[in-house]
Design a protein around this ligand. Structure first.
Ligand SMILES: NC(=O)c1ccc[n+]([C@@H]2O[C@H](COP(=O)([O-])OP(=O)(O)OC[C@H]3O[C@@H](n4cnc5c(N)ncnc54)[C@H](O)[C@@H]3O)[C@@H](O)[C@H]2O)c1
Length: 275
């Protein structure tokens, strides 16, 4: 590929995202970075000059992300870590290796999560436990491991990806809604506990976003895409880059006084009392 093509890629990717100059040369740790919203976050922060540590259970998607990022943003350092956030020992080790490489961690995008849609009477204990493990316990382990470094450095921003389903309910989502609501409350607790130490902790609460997670529910017949669009006042699903843009703002100094909040980005879905 010619240098000219590389420049065109970088220009396009940078133009897509609003610029927050204070994010340049910071270090962001993104979980679930191989796909969907996490992958878009990697582009968004790289386009702002932020160095990246990407963690995922899926090694192929991580390698793909690393190659794409290197091609588009050759000046950004990218560390890739294969681990599951449910394994607290692996999370500690990943966090220590990121800190050893970069010397600091400024932003945690605590984003990895899974769906668990199933009628509650048929939800096996193992699936309930796994959803709580990934969506809640994993988020806690990452926040705790990273905050130890942030508290020592006296600053840091943690953004937990919850969901609008952490604030409103829907049938057949017992584990998902319960785990995401717990993430919203965990966010508030961490925010009030760590604010005096220089940290901010907020949650992103997306509505339906065009990613593999939603695609899987659609292709297995557990979600009706046309009905979903009709139900959403915006008439469409969100795009991953729209959630990544919210993360940029919340991580930036423009959001310096926002702490302990869950910011819903759902095209009006949860405001709409549908009849
Ligand atoms: N897509 C939506 O409509 C939507 C809506 C609200 C909230 N969310 C939340 O956004 C986050 C990202 O979702 P997405 O739609 O981008 O999903 P996605 O499936 O496209 O990406 C999730 C990524 O997390 C990784 N992952 C899964 N379990 C993991 C684990 N144990 N350890 C490390 N990595 C793991 C997956 O390999 C994948 O790369 C999730 O927390 C999800 O609940 C998504």
């Amino acid at each position: 590929m010619s240098d000219h093509t590389i420049d065109a890629h970088a220009l396009h990717a940078t133009a897509k995202y609003k610029q927050f100059p204070d994010l340049a040369n910071q270090v962001a740790f993104i979980t679930g970075a191989g796909s969907g919203i996490g992958r878009a976050m990697a582009d968004a922060f790289a386009a702002n000059g932020t160095h990246l540590a990407l963690l995922d259970v899926n090694i192929e998607s991580l390698e793909r992300a690393r190659a794409e990022l290197h091609r588009t943003f050759p000046q950004i350092e990218v560390e890739c870590l294969v681990a599951s956030i449910v394994d607290e020992t692996a999370v500690e080790a990943a966090t220590a290796s990121i800190h050893a490489r970069f010397g600091r961690i400024d932003i945690l995008l605590n984003n990895a999560g899974i769906s668990a849609n199933r009628p509650t009477l048929e939800l096996p204990a193992q699936q309930w436990r796994h959803a709580i493990d990934v969506n809640l316990n994993g988020v806690f382990f990452c926040a705790q491991a990273v905050a130890r470094h942030m508290v020592a450095q006296g600053s840091g921003v943690i953004l937990n990806t919850a969901s609008m389903y952490g604030t409103v309910a829907a049938p057949e989502r017992a584990a998902y809604c319960a785990s995401k609501a717990a993430v919203v409350m965990l966010t508030k607790v961490l925010a009030v506990e760590w604010a005096p130490k220089g940290l901010r902790v907020n949650a992103l609460a997306p509505g339906y976003v065009h990613t593999a997670l939603v695609q899987e529910l659609v292709s297995t017949g557990r979600m009706d895409l046309a009905a979903l669009k009709k139900r959403t006042p915006a008439g469409r699903l969100g795009e991953p880059h729209e959630i990544a843009t919210l993360a940029l703002f919340l991580a930036s100094e423009h959001a310096a006084f926002i702490n302990g909040q869950a910011i819903v980005a759902d095209g009006g879905w949860s405001a709409y009392s549908y009849i």
